[in-house]
Design a protein around this ligand. Structure first.
Ligand code: URA
Length: 277
Protein backbone atom coordinates (compact mmCIF):
# COMPACT_ATOMS: atom_id res chain seq x y z
CA UNK A 1 0.00 0.00 0.00
CA UNK A 2 1.28 3.50 -0.75
CA UNK A 3 2.58 5.37 2.29
CA UNK A 4 0.13 8.24 1.79
CA UNK A 5 -2.75 5.73 1.75
CA UNK A 6 -1.48 4.02 4.88
CA UNK A 7 -1.40 7.35 6.71
CA UNK A 8 -4.86 8.19 5.39
CA UNK A 9 -6.36 4.97 6.77
CA UNK A 10 -4.74 5.68 10.15
CA UNK A 11 -6.40 9.09 10.52
CA UNK A 12 -3.64 11.53 9.56
CA UNK A 13 -5.92 13.52 7.26
CA UNK A 14 -6.90 13.53 3.61
CA UNK A 15 -4.62 11.80 1.12
CA UNK A 16 -3.37 15.22 0.06
CA UNK A 17 -2.51 16.15 3.68
CA UNK A 18 -0.81 12.77 4.14
CA UNK A 19 1.22 13.24 0.94
CA UNK A 20 2.30 16.65 2.28
CA UNK A 21 3.38 15.17 5.62
CA UNK A 22 5.53 12.65 3.76
CA UNK A 23 7.01 15.12 1.25
CA UNK A 24 7.92 17.53 4.03
CA UNK A 25 9.99 14.84 5.75
CA UNK A 26 7.72 14.34 8.76
CA UNK A 27 7.48 10.55 8.40
CA UNK A 28 10.23 8.08 9.16
CA UNK A 29 10.42 4.31 9.11
CA UNK A 30 13.23 2.22 10.59
CA UNK A 31 15.19 5.37 11.48
CA UNK A 32 15.08 6.79 7.92
CA UNK A 33 12.94 9.66 6.63
CA UNK A 34 10.71 8.40 3.80
CA UNK A 35 9.71 11.35 1.60
CA UNK A 36 7.97 9.50 -1.24
CA UNK A 37 4.18 9.42 -0.69
CA UNK A 38 3.99 6.50 -3.14
CA UNK A 39 6.57 4.33 -1.36
CA UNK A 40 4.99 0.86 -1.49
CA UNK A 41 4.91 -0.78 1.94
CA UNK A 42 3.33 -3.76 3.65
CA UNK A 43 1.01 -2.11 6.19
CA UNK A 44 0.55 -5.10 8.51
CA UNK A 45 2.95 -4.75 11.44
CA UNK A 46 4.39 -1.47 10.08
CA UNK A 47 5.99 0.78 12.72
CA UNK A 48 6.46 4.39 11.70
CA UNK A 49 7.03 7.82 13.23
CA UNK A 50 4.99 10.91 12.35
CA UNK A 51 6.32 14.22 13.63
CA UNK A 52 8.21 12.48 16.41
CA UNK A 53 5.35 10.24 17.59
CA UNK A 54 5.69 6.46 17.08
CA UNK A 55 2.76 4.57 15.63
CA UNK A 56 1.93 1.06 14.50
CA UNK A 57 -0.47 0.26 11.66
CA UNK A 58 -3.82 -1.17 12.78
CA UNK A 59 -6.39 -2.12 10.16
CA UNK A 60 -9.07 -1.61 12.82
CA UNK A 61 -8.42 0.25 16.04
CA UNK A 62 -9.24 -1.39 19.36
CA UNK A 63 -8.20 0.47 22.51
CA UNK A 64 -8.66 0.46 26.21
CA UNK A 65 -8.86 3.76 28.09
CA UNK A 66 -8.62 4.35 31.82
CA UNK A 67 -11.50 6.80 32.09
CA UNK A 68 -10.84 9.47 34.70
CA UNK A 69 -13.59 11.00 36.83
CA UNK A 70 -15.12 14.20 35.52
CA UNK A 71 -15.26 13.18 31.86
CA UNK A 72 -18.24 12.39 29.64
CA UNK A 73 -18.41 9.53 27.16
CA UNK A 74 -20.26 11.69 24.64
CA UNK A 75 -18.73 13.22 21.51
CA UNK A 76 -20.70 16.35 22.38
CA UNK A 77 -20.44 16.62 26.16
CA UNK A 78 -22.76 18.91 28.08
CA UNK A 79 -20.78 19.71 31.24
CA UNK A 80 -17.46 17.85 31.47
CA UNK A 81 -14.71 17.33 28.91
CA UNK A 82 -15.26 14.45 26.50
CA UNK A 83 -13.17 11.30 26.89
CA UNK A 84 -12.32 11.74 23.21
CA UNK A 85 -10.11 14.74 24.11
CA UNK A 86 -7.82 12.19 25.81
CA UNK A 87 -7.03 10.54 22.47
CA UNK A 88 -4.57 11.79 19.85
CA UNK A 89 -6.28 13.23 16.79
CA UNK A 90 -5.52 10.37 14.34
CA UNK A 91 -7.62 8.05 16.51
CA UNK A 92 -10.48 10.54 16.36
CA UNK A 93 -10.10 11.10 12.61
CA UNK A 94 -9.78 7.56 11.27
CA UNK A 95 -11.89 7.32 8.12
CA UNK A 96 -14.65 4.83 7.50
CA UNK A 97 -16.12 4.47 4.01
CA UNK A 98 -14.71 7.85 3.05
CA UNK A 99 -16.04 9.77 6.06
CA UNK A 100 -14.25 10.79 9.23
CA UNK A 101 -15.50 8.55 12.01
CA UNK A 102 -12.75 7.83 14.51
CA UNK A 103 -13.03 5.40 17.38
CA UNK A 104 -16.16 5.21 19.52
CA UNK A 105 -16.65 4.01 23.06
CA UNK A 106 -18.35 0.62 23.44
CA UNK A 107 -21.03 1.57 25.94
CA UNK A 108 -20.78 4.45 28.34
CA UNK A 109 -19.74 5.18 31.89
CA UNK A 110 -21.18 8.04 33.97
CA UNK A 111 -19.12 11.21 34.27
CA UNK A 112 -18.11 10.32 37.85
CA UNK A 113 -17.34 6.64 37.09
CA UNK A 114 -13.70 5.72 36.51
CA UNK A 115 -12.09 2.69 34.94
CA UNK A 116 -12.02 0.45 31.92
CA UNK A 117 -13.59 1.64 28.70
CA UNK A 118 -13.15 -0.02 25.30
CA UNK A 119 -13.11 1.98 22.09
CA UNK A 120 -13.02 0.91 18.47
CA UNK A 121 -13.79 1.95 14.91
CA UNK A 122 -15.13 -1.55 14.16
CA UNK A 123 -18.86 -0.93 13.79
CA UNK A 124 -19.70 -4.65 13.75
CA UNK A 125 -17.83 -5.17 17.00
CA UNK A 126 -19.68 -2.28 18.68
CA UNK A 127 -22.95 -3.74 17.46
CA UNK A 128 -22.18 -7.21 18.76
CA UNK A 129 -20.96 -5.97 22.15
CA UNK A 130 -24.13 -3.89 22.50
CA UNK A 131 -26.43 -6.75 21.57
CA UNK A 132 -28.56 -8.18 24.40
CA UNK A 133 -27.38 -11.66 23.31
CA UNK A 134 -23.83 -10.87 24.37
CA UNK A 135 -23.73 -10.95 28.13
CA UNK A 136 -20.10 -9.99 28.57
CA UNK A 137 -19.57 -9.73 32.36
CA UNK A 138 -18.41 -6.36 33.63
CA UNK A 139 -16.91 -5.98 37.09
CA UNK A 140 -17.52 -2.83 39.11
CA UNK A 141 -15.78 -1.80 42.33
CA UNK A 142 -18.37 0.05 44.37
CA UNK A 143 -17.76 2.34 47.32
CA UNK A 144 -21.02 2.49 49.23
CA UNK A 145 -22.27 5.29 51.47
CA UNK A 146 -23.59 2.91 54.14
CA UNK A 147 -22.09 -0.38 55.38
CA UNK A 148 -23.14 -3.23 53.11
CA UNK A 149 -24.86 -6.10 54.90
CA UNK A 150 -25.63 -9.71 53.97
CA UNK A 151 -29.28 -8.87 53.27
CA UNK A 152 -28.29 -6.28 50.66
CA UNK A 153 -25.90 -8.72 48.98
CA UNK A 154 -28.59 -11.42 48.94
CA UNK A 155 -31.06 -9.00 47.30
CA UNK A 156 -28.56 -7.87 44.66
CA UNK A 157 -27.92 -11.53 43.78
CA UNK A 158 -31.60 -12.50 43.82
CA UNK A 159 -32.63 -9.53 41.65
CA UNK A 160 -34.08 -6.09 42.20
CA UNK A 161 -36.73 -4.27 40.20
CA UNK A 162 -35.69 -0.93 38.71
CA UNK A 163 -38.16 1.82 37.85
CA UNK A 164 -38.10 1.38 34.04
CA UNK A 165 -38.71 -2.38 33.75
CA UNK A 166 -40.74 -4.86 35.82
CA UNK A 167 -38.23 -7.62 35.04
CA UNK A 168 -35.76 -7.86 37.94
CA UNK A 169 -32.07 -7.33 37.28
CA UNK A 170 -29.58 -9.30 39.28
CA UNK A 171 -25.86 -9.26 39.86
CA UNK A 172 -24.06 -12.27 38.38
CA UNK A 173 -21.67 -12.04 41.33
CA UNK A 174 -21.45 -9.80 44.36
CA UNK A 175 -18.93 -9.88 47.13
CA UNK A 176 -18.12 -7.53 49.95
CA UNK A 177 -14.49 -6.56 50.40
CA UNK A 178 -14.70 -4.32 53.48
CA UNK A 179 -17.77 -2.73 55.04
CA UNK A 180 -18.12 0.00 52.40
CA UNK A 181 -16.84 -1.91 49.41
CA UNK A 182 -18.63 -4.22 46.99
CA UNK A 183 -17.39 -6.01 43.89
CA UNK A 184 -20.36 -6.39 41.59
CA UNK A 185 -20.46 -8.31 38.31
CA UNK A 186 -23.19 -7.38 35.82
CA UNK A 187 -23.97 -8.96 32.49
CA UNK A 188 -26.33 -6.22 31.29
CA UNK A 189 -25.70 -2.53 30.83
CA UNK A 190 -28.79 -0.57 31.79
CA UNK A 191 -28.62 3.18 32.37
CA UNK A 192 -27.07 3.94 35.81
CA UNK A 193 -27.54 0.25 36.61
CA UNK A 194 -25.14 -0.04 39.54
CA UNK A 195 -26.34 3.18 41.15
CA UNK A 196 -29.98 2.19 40.74
CA UNK A 197 -29.38 -1.34 42.04
CA UNK A 198 -27.66 -0.02 45.17
CA UNK A 199 -30.47 2.49 45.69
CA UNK A 200 -33.01 -0.34 45.32
CA UNK A 201 -31.47 -2.15 48.31
CA UNK A 202 -31.41 1.01 50.44
CA UNK A 203 -27.79 2.01 49.92
CA UNK A 204 -26.04 4.58 47.75
CA UNK A 205 -23.02 4.61 45.45
CA UNK A 206 -20.32 7.03 46.57
CA UNK A 207 -17.65 5.86 44.16
CA UNK A 208 -17.73 3.59 41.09
CA UNK A 209 -14.86 2.06 39.13
CA UNK A 210 -15.01 -0.56 36.36
CA UNK A 211 -12.09 -2.91 36.74
CA UNK A 212 -12.84 -5.62 34.18
CA UNK A 213 -14.75 -6.42 30.98
CA UNK A 214 -14.82 -10.13 30.28
CA UNK A 215 -11.34 -11.42 31.07
CA UNK A 216 -9.79 -8.07 30.18
CA UNK A 217 -8.64 -6.27 33.33
CA UNK A 218 -7.60 -2.64 33.59
CA UNK A 219 -3.79 -2.83 34.00
CA UNK A 220 -2.54 -1.28 37.26
CA UNK A 221 0.08 0.71 35.36
CA UNK A 222 -2.44 2.39 33.04
CA UNK A 223 -3.01 5.71 34.82
CA UNK A 224 -6.32 7.60 34.62
CA UNK A 225 -6.48 9.34 31.25
CA UNK A 226 -4.08 6.93 29.52
CA UNK A 227 -5.00 4.56 26.72
CA UNK A 228 -3.44 1.46 25.20
CA UNK A 229 -3.88 -0.55 21.99
CA UNK A 230 -5.60 -3.91 22.20
CA UNK A 231 -4.79 -6.64 19.75
CA UNK A 232 -7.62 -8.36 17.91
CA UNK A 233 -7.35 -12.02 17.06
CA UNK A 234 -9.74 -13.99 14.98
CA UNK A 235 -10.22 -17.48 16.28
CA UNK A 236 -11.26 -20.44 14.21
CA UNK A 237 -14.71 -20.91 15.71
CA UNK A 238 -15.51 -24.34 17.13
CA UNK A 239 -11.86 -25.44 17.18
CA UNK A 240 -11.03 -22.96 19.92
CA UNK A 241 -14.30 -23.26 21.81
CA UNK A 242 -13.78 -24.02 25.46
CA UNK A 243 -10.28 -22.62 25.64
CA UNK A 244 -9.54 -20.07 28.30
CA UNK A 245 -8.54 -16.80 26.73
CA UNK A 246 -7.47 -13.65 28.51
CA UNK A 247 -9.56 -11.15 26.64
CA UNK A 248 -13.00 -10.09 25.53
CA UNK A 249 -14.55 -12.65 23.25
CA UNK A 250 -17.21 -12.00 20.72
CA UNK A 251 -18.59 -14.74 18.55
CA UNK A 252 -19.75 -13.93 15.06
CA UNK A 253 -21.46 -16.18 12.53
CA UNK A 254 -18.32 -18.00 11.47
CA UNK A 255 -15.60 -16.88 13.77
CA UNK A 256 -14.73 -15.84 17.23
CA UNK A 257 -12.80 -12.68 17.91
CA UNK A 258 -10.75 -12.06 21.02
CA UNK A 259 -9.49 -8.67 22.10
CA UNK A 260 -6.39 -8.85 24.22
CA UNK A 261 -4.32 -6.36 26.10
CA UNK A 262 -1.58 -5.65 23.59
CA UNK A 263 0.60 -4.28 26.36
CA UNK A 264 2.69 -2.45 23.79
CA UNK A 265 3.09 0.76 25.71
CA UNK A 266 0.75 3.59 26.42
CA UNK A 267 -0.65 6.14 24.08
CA UNK A 268 1.81 8.64 22.75
CA UNK A 269 2.50 11.59 25.03
CA UNK A 270 0.92 12.54 28.27
CA UNK A 271 -2.85 12.68 28.36
CA UNK A 272 -4.15 16.21 28.16
CA UNK A 273 -7.55 17.20 29.50
CA UNK A 274 -8.86 20.10 27.53
CA UNK A 275 -11.75 22.31 28.58
CA UNK A 276 -15.18 21.08 27.55
CA UNK A 277 -16.63 22.27 24.31
N1 URA B 1 -23.62 1.66 36.44
C1 URA B 1 -23.75 2.96 36.83
O1 URA B 1 -24.61 3.29 37.64
N2 URA B 1 -22.90 3.86 36.29
C2 URA B 1 -21.92 3.55 35.43
O2 URA B 1 -21.16 4.42 35.00
C3 URA B 1 -21.79 2.20 35.04
C4 URA B 1 -22.66 1.27 35.55
Amino acid sequence: MHLQDILYTQGFGTRRVCAGLVQQGHVSIGGEVVDDPFADLEPEGLHYIVQGTPWEYHEKAYLMLHKPAGTECSQKPSTYPSIYTLLPSPLRLRPNKGAVQGVQAIGRLDQDTTGLLLLTDDGQFIHKMGSPKHHVPKVYEVTAKHPVDEAQIAKLLAGVVLDDDPKPVRAAACESDGPLHLRLTLTEGKYHQVKRMLAAVGNRVEGLHRSRIGELALPAELAPGQWRWLTAERGGGPACAGQTRQGVEIEGKNARKTLRNGGKGHGPGQPVLRAGR
